[in-house]
Design a protein around this ligand. Structure first.
Ligand code: IMP
Length: 428
């Protein structure tokens, strides 16, 4: 059972990039299974910071092979740019990055339609990243998508794109009153991608299943967070894929019984970008302070993230869905300056107290958080590398989380750099 899955337990931006980079020291393969260039996975080494959007965060470990699975939607422009950036840093990519031939592609019309639809939704806009993710998944499930394999045959590609553009241009013009797109220019651009992307394309499912048979260890890297899952998140303010554990099987083509670890990444407080309910949001000076201390600005869009206290009701729900076997708690150092820390342990709903995460939006919007107040440690813990060196209040905070969720925390992050990490278990 050699697959470990790393999953965001909140609304994304939990710090998965650093943890995947760290864990990939002990694996052979790192694989992305869903989402696209809406993700921004940040990795810091020494004084350098890299942000990856599509390529798995294991690419900086020279002996690791990285896979972009069939469940990911691929923007060929973004992936080629990222490959160039990684090569310029001195890393081999060819032979180490494999892209599924079955993955769907993000086309320029997906971004156009998304932009027009968000404008049209007005106050009901989702607040998407604008990367064309939703419309690309819509086409996948409407069976009108263009897959990476289609790049191999110019005629097939032309036919599919012409058909798609006929429909999209009509929607852009007649529904949204937006400009139409030029078919020929787009086809010329995409035909060029065939040559560039060809060395990376393969049947990644076959590759992964062979690797598993040979006993290789795989780390599956989730993007976004469980509360943005299209089925289990705060619908409709979600992304259009499955960041949760099931997405790993369908997005890579691997059997569920191969998964032995499900590592939930929990930020020590909570953030959200885009619109939608967020019960523990601090829409005040305290929230501004968290944002400044945690540098909470989107890695993909640069948008300021909404900040708030840790929500254990939501976390217990995402832990239940995913079956977290372990937790990695990130950005603990950001809470350093606080004299007290609040943690949401229940919601008040229509005069009744509940620990159940509501499944519908309107109920969640009415939920009033019930807090427990824990003492802060009120001193800088940045860079601490052992649990014993942490102030007693910080240890109590970690233990409170693990106890409430009934899941042990195996990694604690005390700063953005790789070395600013506490490993609490030899298996980490
Ligand atoms: P989309 O994935 O671009 O369609 O955006 C849908 C929602 O998911 C929006 O609220 C985005 O801000 C949010 N979202 C998408 N990707 C990420 C991410 O990597 N981190 C945090 N939020 C994200």
């Amino acid at each position: 059972m050699p697959i470990s899955v790393v999953i965001g337990s909140q609304w994304g931006d939990e710090g998965k990039g650093k943890i995947v980079d760290l864990l990939s020291e002990n694996v052979d393969i790192v694989a992305r299974y869903q989402g696209g260039a809406n993700a921004g996975h940040t990795i810091c080494w020494g004084d350098e910071t890299f942000v990856l959007h599509l390529v798995p965060s294991g690419i900086f470990q020279k002996d690791v092979t990285c896979v972009i699975g069939n469940g990911v939607v691929i923007d060929p422009v973004a992936v080629m740019e990222e490959i160039r950036m990684i090569k310029d840093l001195g890393y081999d990519v060819e032979g180490r990055l494999l892209i599924s031939h079955n993955a769907h592609m993000i086309m320029p019309y997906h971004k156009k339609v998304e932009e027009a639809r968000e404008r049209w939704r007005d106050a009901g806009a989702i607040g998407t990243t604008g990367r064309g993710i939703g419309p690309a998944y819509v086409d996948k499930f409407a069976r009108t998508g263009v897959r990476v394999v289609d790049l191999l045959d110019r005629d097939v590609l032309r036919r599919k794109m012409e058909l798609a553009l006929e429909e999209k241009n009509s929607i852009l013009k007649n529904v949204y009153g937006a400009d139409e797109l030029d078919v020929d220019a787009m086809i010329e651009e995409y035909v060029e991608f065939d040559k560039q992307i060809d060395p990376y394309i393969t049947d990644t499912t076959q590759y992964l299943c062979n690797a598993l048979k040979e006993g290789q260890r795989v780390l599956a890297e989730g993007a976004q967070g469980s509360l943005l899952d299209v089925d289990f998140g705060t619908y409709p303010f979600v992304t259009s894929s499955h960041p949760t554990v099931g997405g790993c099987c369908t997005g890579l083509g691997v059997p569920p019984m191969e998964i032995d670890r499900v590592i939930g990444i929990v930020k020590a407080y909570c953030t959200r970008v885009g619109n939608g309910p967020f019960p523990t949001e601090l829409d005040n000076a305290a929230g501004d302070e968290l944002r400044a201390a945690g540098h909470e600005f989107g890695a993909t869009t640069g948008r300021p993230r909404r900040c708030g206290w840790l929500d254990l009701v939501a976390l217990r729900y995402t832990s239940m869905i995913n079956g977290f076997t372990e937790l990695a708690i990130t950005k603990l150092d950001v809470l350093s300056n606080l004299t007290e820390i609040k943690v949401c342990t229940a919601y008040e709903l229509d005069g009744r107290r509940t620990q159940r995460f509501p499944s519908d939006l309107h109920t969640l919007e009415r939920a009033v958080p019930v807090y427990e107040t824990l003492p802060g440690w009120n001193r800088d813990i940045s860079g601490i590398t052992s649990y014993e060196q942490l102030p007693a209040e910080a240890r109590d905070y970690l233990d409170f989380i693990s106890h409430f969720l009934e899941v042990p925390s195996i990694i604690v992050s005390s700063g953005p750099k790789r070395e600013e990490t506490i490993l609490r278990s030899h298996t980490a």
